[in-house]
Structures are given as C-alpha cells and as structure tokens.
Design a protein around this ligand. Structure first.
Ligand code: PLP
Length: 333
C-alpha cells in the first residue's frame, strides 16, 4: 500500500492493477482479469463486452441485488426475471420458459456464497446460444464457469478495496474488450478518437494494492470464514424459530430465516447487534414493478430472512454474544 504512494503510482497506471488482476485470476483458475471500480461496473462491462445492447433481453434472477437489473438497463437491454428455487438461487427449471428470440444472455448470481447449478445453466446457454455473465460478487473464491464472471470488492464483500470490482474470463478477446470499454475506448495511439461509447470504470493503484494484499491471504480468509459459519451453525441449530440455512461454498454473509424476524431485529439492534434484511424481488422494485406476477418464491425469503454480523475478524466471543442474544429473544435455554 505505501509502495503505491511512495512510487508515485496513484492512478490506474503502474504495476499494481496488473498484479492484482493476475493474482485474482490465478487464484480462480481464470486466464484473464480486468479490474474496475465496482461490481456494478464489472457487470456493465461484461454485458457490453458480450455485445448486449438495446433490443436484447437478459435473464436475471428475481432474488438478487438491484445492480444486476441495473447493469442490464444501463446497456439499453431489458432484464427478464426468473424466480428463485429453494436454495435462493435462480430456478434453473424456470429459465427456458423466459427465453425469447431476443434473449442474449443469462446472469446467474451465486446468492450468499452458494454456487448456482452452473452445469445446467451452461447446458441451456449452449442449446439456445446464449452468453453467461456470472455474478460472483458474493462468491469470491468460487471458480467461475461462465463467459465472464464479475466480482465486487465493496467494503462488506469477502475481500475488499473499499470499492472495486473485477471481471474474469478465459477468452483473450473478451478480456481486451473489457479493458477497452473500461478505459474510455482509447485507441492504441491515444489519438482521442473514440469509436465506441465506453466508460471510465478504472481501478486505482491504491485500491489494487489493498486488494492484492488480501488475495495473497485469501486461503486464510476463507478458512476463517468457514469457522465463523460453523460456530453460528452450532450456536443456532437448536432454536426452533430459527432456520439454519444449507452450507455455503464460501461464507459471505451468514443468512438465517427467523420467525418474528422484525421484532428480533429491533431486539438485536437494542443489544448492539446490527442485522440486515434479505433482498427484495426485482419485480417488486419501483423501476421494474410487474403487478401481474403471481406469488414469488423470492418473496418468502424476503419476508423472514436476515443476515447476522459477518466479517473475517469477527471473534468467537462476539459470535457467542450474538447467538446468546438470539436465544434469549426466543427464550431458548
Ligand atoms: C455487492 C453486489 C453487487 C454490486 O457490487 P458493487 O461493488 O457494490 O457495485 C452486485 N451483485 C451482487 C449479488 C452483490 O452482492
């Protein structure tokens, strides 16, 4: 970190961004990494690099973060929503009914660190000749499969640069396209002739230095988070009102479903424990509101889900404090 400042590299020039891209791609077994300013920027770049634009449709899960739908809208394409299955990930059996001649891509999202059924999604993509943009924002450490995988380095993600994102791909042409669109579509001679509508979505060397230091420790970070998952599981498993969720491939946020969730949250807040709600379905968002939707599986999760404090430095004592407070709320010994 001080290296970046002492060397005078504070913009995206210099070796740090490339070193971070190389290390992150290597860790995930991908050929190329293109770092950018946020996970949302990564998704937008990925769609644009794959040629998604006005008139196209992209399959997006109902149960996800708004950035997924917005990235599609930013390109001028239309998101088409598919409900989630019982693992909260996109329901693979419901994708085909949403495919039209305009469908260009599928955007599976590994929700809360649980991997989607990528083999089934890749089969559908192959059959209908669709591209796959994987939203891996919550699944740092999980090996990508799609054409481009997009990660977020926002402050609450598994590793962070404060803000940041990165696209991974095995295709050198896509990697070049992602980098071109990220950096204002400058031509090689820097002649200020711009042939495409592009973006300044660059990552700074300072962000890259912060992120690189964590990639170097990523095995340890993921192992520490597995311990956090195990300890929460143990502390909560015999509370009848709490549903302990299936294991995760990597722990992002520790998610539970809870009876009297809203009262529980208020109680925990009073005890100094911050919790967060689950996502709200995309077709229930003002920008995408779809009144004709029948009941959604996604709505069930939004109604009683919450996640507990989760960060790599969380101590066992703090976890026990949290689970102890949840036990006392429900009157469980
Ligand atoms: C965090 C997140 C994003 C957005 O990443 P930013 O870096 O905040 O732009 C996108 N998708 C999912 C699933 C996320 O969790």
């Amino acid at each position: 970190m001080t290296g970046t400042i002492n060397d005078g590299w504070i913009s995206s020039q210099g070796p740090f961004v490339q070193r971070f891209e190389r290390a992150f791609a290597d860790y995930h077994g991908s050929a190329h990494g293109v770092a950018c300013g946020s996970g949302t920027a990564a998704l937008t770049l990925a769609l644009r690099a794959l040629g998604v634009g006005p008139g196209d449709e992209v399959i997006v899960p109902e149960f996800t973060m708004i950035a997924c739908a917005w990235a599609v809208t930013y390109t001028g394409a239309t998101p088409v929503f598919v409900d989630c299955a019982d693992d909260m990930n996109i329901d693979v059996t419901r994708i085909e009914e949403k495919i039209t001649p305009r469908t260009k891509a599928i955007m599976p999202v590994h929700i809360y660190g649980r991997r989607c059924s990528m083999a089934a999604i890749m089969d559908i993509a192959f059959e209908y000749n669709l591209r796959v943009v994987e939203d891996s924002a919550e699944a740092i450490g999980v090996r990508p499969v799609g054409d481009i995988a997009c990660f977020s380095l926002y402050a609450n993600k598994i590793i962070t640069a404060g803000e940041g994102g990165i696209c991974l791909t095995d295709d050198p042409r896509l990697a070049a396209q992602l980098a071109h669109l990220r950096g204002m579509a400058f031509t090689a001679d820097h002649s200020f002739l711009h042939k495409k509508l592009a973006y300044n979505f660059r990552m700074t060397a300072m962000q890259a230095a912060v992120a690189l230091a964590q990639v170097e420790r990523l095995d340890d970070i993921l192992a520490a988070r597995r311990e956090i998952e195990r300890r929460y599981d143990l502390g909560l498993k015999d509370i009848p009102e709490v549903t302990v969720m299936p294991p995760r491939d990597v722990l992002w946020m520790y998610d539970i479903r809870a009876e009297h969730r809203d009262e529980l949250r208020v109680f925990l807040e009073g005890e100094g424990v911050e919790t967060r709600l689950f996502f709200k379905p995309m077709s229930r968002q003002p920008g995408y509101y779809t009144p004709e939707w029948p009941s959604l599986n996604a709505s069930r999760f939004s109604a009683d889900g919450l996640y507990l404090p989760t960060y790599t430095a969380l101590t066992p004592a703090d976890q026990d404090y949290v689970t102890g407070k949840i036990r006392s709320f429900y009157g469980t010994a």
